[in-house]
Design a protein around this ligand. Structure first.
Ligand code: FNR
Length: 185
């Protein structure tokens, strides 16, 4: 059966290039991996007191992660680091204590910026947090993506060379998830 990937996009803005990039990856992955976008924009800022009456958005997040075979984190780069919406979601799903939803899930990180370094600094900062909550990260191959409007029509990739490269990365991620599943079985 096709593996499903929970996709968390760190940018909440409507015109986000990271969302468009993630949607383009989802289209490229069709038939190999099913990408399911996880809503993180309605999560409150992490506050331990809220567990007294868990917000519906938190319960839903934990269910979405539990149902996923794998996780893809797509982050913009903010001041050489990752987006706060992502870290907020990551912290929420590590709790309640002893019920960390991320533990042992195969995962990958990517992201895009118009800047030449393609979110390299942001992604590398996120690796530390993602691995410390127990995500099993695919470190190689990496995709640090410099956004060019001319390569996209909405959220469809129109540049053939880019599509070939990103399709190869999806194959690698799919293989990583399969190997992980075999080891876990
Ligand atoms: C940025 N941006 C940015 N870009 C980059 O390459 N390196 C960086 O360190 C930063 N820092 C940064 C901080 C803050 C607060 C903002 C709002 C933006 C630019 C960023 O890559 C650009 O705005 C992207 O369009 C953000 O991604 P979304 O929202 O379009 O997905």
């Amino acid at each position: 059966m096709m593996k499903n990937v929970a996709v968390l996009v760190g940018s909440l803005r409507a015109a986000s290039i990271n969302r468009r990039f993630a949607e383009a990856l989802a289209k490229l992955a069709e038939g190999r991996l099913a990408f399911r976008f996880v809503e993180i924009g309605d999560l409150p800022i992490y506050n331990d007191d809220l567990w007294a009456e868990p917000p519906a958005a938190v319960t839903r997040l934990r269910q979405d992660i539990a149902a996923a075979d794998a996780v893809l984190l797509v982050t913009p780069e903010y001041n050489r680091s990752y987006a706060p919406a992502l870290s907020n979601a990551i912290h929420w799903a590590t709790r309640p204590w002893g019920q960390n939803a991320w533990a042992g899930k195969p995962a990958a990180i990517t992201g895009t910026t118009p800047g030449a370094t393609g979110t390299a600094a942001g992604q590398n900062a996120l690796r530390h947090l993602a691995s410390s909550v127990g995500l099993d990260l695919m470190i190689f191959p990496e995709v640090y993506w410099t956004w060019k409007d001319t390569h996209f029509d909405g959220s469809t990739l129109t540049d053939a060379e880019s599509a070939k490269f990103l399709s190869g990365w999806i194959d690698a991620f799919s293989g990583f998830i399969d190997r992980h599943t075999k080891v876990a079985a």
